[in-house]
Structures are given as C-alpha cells and as structure tokens.
Ligand binder design. Structure first.
Ligand code: ADP
Ligand code: MG
Length: 386
C-alpha cells in the first residue's frame, strides 16, 4: 500500500523525524490559510499524488506570498500531473501540501528497504540526492552506499555512524542525523514498511537535517495489524478494477494489453502471460483466482475482466487441483449469464473433474472456444485479438 507525502510526514512527526512545518489543503482557500498560518515566506506548494517526479513535472512550486500560494494551489489542484512515474496519462491532483520553504545547503538521498537476497534490511544513502537520483544510480552507482542490518540484532551505533560518514556530514549534522536514522529504522520495522525513502533529505544553511520529501510503502500482507495506517489508504489513487478485485481477495493487476486472462496459481498466471506474449498478443491483466477459489470468486474475477474496456478476448487457463474444474465452469457460466459476454472466450482446463467441467460449459449455451493445451489456447486467443 502506498500513502501520500503529507501522510508519511505525519508518521515522521510521530517518530520524531524532523519535517518542515506545513499543512494539507484541498482548496485554494485552505492553501491560503495554511500559508498565512506559516507566516514566513517563501512557502512551497506541493501536489499530493502517489507518484514521484512531481518537481520536474511542475507539481512543486515556490510562493512568496499568501496570494501567490493561493494562485499556485488553484493551478495545481485539478491539474493532470504527468511525471516519469505516472505514465503519459498523468494523475489528477486533488490536494496540495503547503509547507515552509527551506534554505537548502545540500540535498541527500536516504532510503530503507528489505533486501531479499541477504534477508536483511538495507539502508541506502547518497550525497548526490535530489531530483536526479535515478541518473546517479544508473551512471555512478558507487555514489550510493549500502549498509546492511540484521533485523534480529537491529540498528546499532556503528550503522548510523557509517551512514553519516558516508554522507560526509559535518559534526553538527552528524549529531542530528544519528538519532534520526534510528527513528526511521524503528518506524520502518514497527509499521511493516516495504520502502521508506527520503529524497531529498536536506542539510539546511542553518546546519539542521530535515526530511523534505517522504515516501513510504507498506507490506499489504501486514496491514491487518495496522488499522491506523489503513486509514491513510486513498482509493482515488488506485486502479478502480484493482480496488474491486481486492474486495474479493483476488490477486488482480491491471495491464495495458487486450487479452484478459483468468488463471489459478501465481506461477501458472505468470506462465500464461508469457505464452500470450509469445503468441504475439499482450495480456490485459494478471489474475490469480487462487488454488481454493469458490464459484463466486471465479464469477467476480470474470466480471472484473469483462468490465475492462480494453479486453478483446479472454483466456481461461485452469489446472484443477484443489479448485475443481466443475466449480470453475459453474463460476464462469454464472458470471457470463449475469454480465453477458461480449468477447470471445478460450478455455483450457485440465485436472480434477475436467469432464464435468467441460459438460457444464458445453451445455451452458455460451459460445466458448475450447483448447487442447496451453499453446493452442494462447494461439487461439492471439488470433482473435489480432
Ligand atoms: P518530487 O520528488 O516528487 O519531485 P520533492 O518533494 O522531492 O518532490 O520536491 C522536489 C524538489 O523541490 C526538491 O528536490 C527540492 O529542491 C524542492 N523543494 C521541495 N520542498 C521544498 C521545501 N519545503 N523548501 C524548499 N525546497 C523544496
Ligand atoms: Mg523527491
């Protein structure tokens, strides 16, 4: 799960990580009120969307008066912000963070992520922070240092010193940085984060260290124990079909192609997407209905695929193990009857109760195309959409 910058900064505040003074605004008038309350200028007006690169995309602007803050907020709220992370379609901005403008001396990069290869938590830091960090990572990766922490032992003083020295901090900055890094690590662990990133972490001209930007992602599988963080979920920022799928516990991801596909098992779903591509077509989604799916789940999954306007053909690929073929067939038939299928559907089914499943499909009166194996299925559906 992703949250907004202003929400991440609320968590920072709870964990005593220094952030600029500021407040959220949904309208230009609210933005003016926040700017007036801050009292000193410049202030910065920042678009709040679940994507980075806002600065370069024109979503972060400096205002020298409350009137200017109002004008900028008016401009940014309602704009379709396009950044390298939103894709060309961009994202509608619904709110802005108005915060104190800082006297920046230097922009650093700091992040914490799990490292699966070493089963440790890794802190990444770089002196070359700011809006071009992607370029730094690509061209001069040696400018990014990595510090591995054994999660069972936790963060130690030497980790913090290593990070601080790696960032070339002055002694006063070093003193502020160490407890801050500890607090960030604790936040990361306590809240089951999958990513915590501050870019830039700034050293001000006054030699203070402040998190100017804040990005946190959480492990979806741990959210059941963080009801307070779940409150931060912003459905406006999520794909409507994915929201619908999450209501039914379906593992669904919307993609750009036009072959809808429904599969049981994540591995088989990945293989199905590969073979669709190999046959010259593009998958419209990833959907794993799960090994123990009920007819109702299959029905809901099928409805979600059908409601994607890009879908021009559907491939159902089921290997019946725990999910029996007759249960699947029942779900497909129910969904098709309720929603009305408007595109050709190719079915490849194998495994438990396959004969009963085939029978249900063939007696349903629906125009389904059956395939003998996975390759045949993928070729048939690719021919249809192409
Ligand atoms: P993004 O990463 O989405 O581009 P940031 O929050 O990192 O957004 O802001 C982009 C840039 O804008 C920063 O690198 C910084 O130079 C400037 N900036 C952002 N907030 C402030 C602030 N409060 N004071 C001064 N400059 C800021
Ligand atoms: Mg940033």
């Amino acid at each position: 799960m992703k949250i907004h910058e202003y929400q991440s900064k609320e968590l920072f505040k709870k964990y005593n990580v220094p952030i600029p003074e500021g407040g959220i605004a949904f309208t230009a008038d609210e933005a003016t009120a926040v700017a007036e309350k801050l009292g000193s200028f410049p202030v910065v007006v920042k678009a709040q969307i679940h994507a980075g690169g806002r600065g370069k995309g024109g979503g972060v602007k400096l205002a020298n008066s409350a009137e200017e803050a109002k004008r900028l907020a008016d401009e940014i709220i309602g704009m379709n912000l396009v950044t390298h992370q939103t894709g060309p379609e961009g994202r509608l901005v619904k709110k802005v963070l108005v915060e104190q403008g800082l006297n920046i001396e230097k922009e650093l990069y700091l992040s914490i992520i799990p490292d699966r290869a070493t089963a440790k938590v890794v802190i990444m830091a770089s002196e070359a922070g700011g809006m071009d960090i992607e370029e730094v990572a690509a061209k001069t990766p040696e400018k990014i240092i990595r510090i591995h922490i054994n999660p069972l032992l936790g963060i130690q003083g030497y980790h913090c010193r290593e990070a601080g020295f790696g960032l070339n901090l002055s002694p006063p900055a070093m003193k502020l940085f160490q407890p801050m890094l500890r607090n960030l690590y604790n936040l990361f662990m306590n809240c089951d984060c999958s990513l915590l990133e501050i870019n830039p972490l700034v050293i001000t001209k006054e030699e203070t260290v402040i998190a100017l930007d804040a990005k946190i992602n959480f492990d979806d599988n741990a959210m059941f124990r963080h009801k307070d963080i779940l409150e931060y979920r912003d459905l406006d920022e999520e794909d409507p079909l994915e929201i619908e799928a999450s209501k039914y516990n379906l593992n669904y991801i919307n993609l750009d192609g036009n072959v809808g596909n429904m599969v049981n098992g994540a591995g088989l779903a990945m293989a199905t997407m590969d073979i669709i591509k190999r046959s010259g077509a593009e998958p419209a989604n990833f959907l794993d209905v799960g090994g123990g799916a009920s007819a109702e789940m299959v029905e809901n999954g099928f409805k979600i695929i059908l409601s994607d306007e890009n879908v021009k053909g559907i491939l159902i690929n089921i290997f019946g193990g725990i999910l029996r073929c007759d249960v699947l067939a029942q779900g497909v038939v129910e969904a098709a009857k309720k929603t009305g299928i408007n595109v050709p559907v190719v079915v490849r089914m194998e495994g438990t109760n396959v004969d009963e499943g085939q029978k249900i499909l063939s007696e349903s009166g629906l125009k389904l195309i059956s395939a003998v194996d996975l390759k045949d299925a993928a070729q048939k559906v690719a021919e249809i959409v192409n």
